[in-house]
Design a protein around this ligand. Sequence first.
Ligand code: DON
Length: 349
Amino acid sequence: MNRIRGWNTSRLLLVAMVAVLAAAFVASPLAAADKSMPSDKVLQALVQDAHAKFKDVKEGASADYIPELAKVPPDLFGVAIVTAEGKIYTAGDVDYAFTIQSVSKPFTAGLVMQQYASADIILDKIGVEPTGQKFNSLMATQTIPQVSVNPLVNSGAIAAVSLVKAKSAEDRFAQIMGFFEKLAGEKLTVIEDVYKSEAATNQRNRAHGYILFVSDRIYSDPMEAVDVYTRQCSIGVTAKQLAVMGATLANGGVNPITKTPVIDKKYVPKMLAIMMTAGFYNESGLWAYTAGLPAKTGVGGGIVAVVPGKMAIVGFSPRVNDAGNSVRSMKAIEYISDQLGTNLFGSGK
Ligand code: DON
């Protein structure tokens, strides 16, 4: 008979399984300190490691289709983590204000959900399908059924701006700015030189505005929406501020530093789902495959990744790849997520 001192096989197996799981948990950085979050020491060491490991990577190039962006020093590199409890860990150039660019897009989609008290406003009026094309693809805007793209490519982001409830163009921008400031917990300012530079060269975005207009998929004056979108993209944020914005999502919509409720928690999973499927444009599949975290990139070099319930991880580095995604920021976030085992699909270990 298969019995050891009164224990049958299935009971022994259960005990062995519990022991293996416990050992795995103790070996993981997530087991440190309060057993659900890594210790201050682990997180601070990780951002420093990630910075040191990738600071000499020179792949990619500063975006120059917005001429002023090419003037940002390309060697800047910052890495930041802000937890859902509001703890901040940083390394490198985390106080340099860069333009938020497309990292702004999910936040404006969130503002629209909040204003209309509906996540489906985005689903119905814009769409949530990844295009598999570049962020500014006119072909995607024109050919995807019903011009249904998603709020994270340029056309969908312009449509999201057009949905913001406002009395005037100034008010529309003020609504967006006010929302971003609540997410960051600090006053923000537009980097005017980048705004002017993009406003003078954004003919492609104006084309998106008109395609949306002739397809009944824009909800304010199209050129007004394009201009407010351009200002939105030119809002300056530091890596630290961006990490607080992301941590507000990680914390269910409540800013973990100021404790201000900013967005209803029911909209956060919708925002994160769109970030997971479309946050990296034609590299979204690759990002899900390698990092497994909802995240958003911008041609200013910023990337924010969100670990729901736990933290935001941010990288800032101006050199971007062909898809418009910051090379060092991607590497730093992937490294940190890998070390912490925060890939939402599991680590496979
Ligand atoms: O509309 C544009 O082209 C820019 N303001 C934003 C593009 C962007 O950030 C693409 N992302 N990686």
